[in-house]
Design a protein around this ligand. Structure first.
Ligand code: G3P
Ligand code: CA
Length: 277
């Protein structure tokens, strides 16, 4: 009984400490909304079919600083821009990208599941995305499940190496080893590590280890906190937070002092901020 009471007191003290630290830090605004980076998540995917030309164009029209996209490898080693590893949810086809050729993927309709007005949207390759949009906007390229695609890192590097200026490219993944590999192959390109919900309370040492090669450490906005953001900044990296549907993203982003938002709605942070005041 004594032991249980002692444990309760310790837990209560820890909770109070977190509440106090959080409260204290909320009063400190580090980055104004107009200085935050705006990333269009899978393009401006609230308004057009995700990861298609239409969504990327909408992101550009909405003045995003970066377009976020996801990439997989087809059976004939082409980098395919799509979120899921199967085509079922977003196209009129069925099956795994890794079992299909680019020619087969190009016959699919990637628009009409979203709305008839988008019927005829085709699946893009990473090379097409770069050729068509990189002049106008930065790109955040997420390497999806790289362990399913041996050699995908080399393929991404091979595509990017054709361009002189890679300063507005960020490569990201949940897979830390894959990002280390890309950093080794292409040390000048910015890397981002995507954090999982279980990473909400990482040690300073771990963040220091990631910051050694990653310019960004990015979190789902629901699974981060001011302490994490402060630690990432302390180690010299930046933080982007993402959310698919949370319209309060900008408020949380500002409260935590992050460097930018990744949003389906692709609204400028300063406009979102004003609209909610
Ligand atoms: O940019 C972060 C975000 O894209 C990661 O989640 O599932 O949308 O790829 P997901
Ligand atoms: Ca993504």
């Amino acid at each position: 009984m004594r032991k249980e009471r002692a444990l309760f007191v310790v837990l209560l003290a820890i909770t109070c400490l977190f509440v106090l630290v959080g409260y204290n830090n909320q009063t400190k605004i580090i980055i104004a909304p107009q200085e935050m980076i705006s990333v269009a998540h899978r393009g401006a995917s609230a308004y057009a079919p995700e990861n298609t030309r239409a969504a990327f164009q909408k992101g550009v029209d909405m003045q995003a600083d970066y377009l976020e996209c996801d990439v997989h490898l087809s059976i004939d080693d082409e980098l395919i821009v799509m979120h899921d590893d199967k085509v079922d949810r977003t196209t009129d086809g069925k099956g795994y990208i890794r079992n299909m050729t680019l020619a087969e993927l190009k016959t699919l309709d990637a628009g009409k599941q979203f709305g008839q007005a988008f019927s005829g949207e085709e699946i893009m390759t990473l090379q097409e995305l770069i050729e068509e949009f990189y002049d106008e906007v930065g790109l955040v390229i997420e390497v999806k499940n790289p362990t399913n695609y041996p050699g995908i890192e080399e393929k991404v590097v091979q595509v990017l190496e054709q361009y002189d200026d890679l300063s507005r490219i960020i490569i990201q993944s949940f897979d830390v080893e894959s990002m280390k590999k890309i950093h080794t192959l292409l040390p000048d390109v910015q890397i981002a590590i995507l954090m999982r919900p279980t990473d909400s309370f990482m040690t300073s040492k771990k963040i220091e280890e990631y910051s050694a090669f990653a310019s960004y450490i990015n979190f789902n906005v629901s699974f981060t906190n001011k302490r994490m953001v402060d630690l990432v900044h302390k180690h010299g990296s930046k933080v982007l937070v993402w959310s698919k549907k949370d319209r309060r993203l900008i408020w949380k982003a500002q409260k935590y002092g992050v460097d930018g938002i990744i949003s389906d709605f692709s609204e400028r942070p300063e406009e979102l901020h004003l609209a909610q005041e």
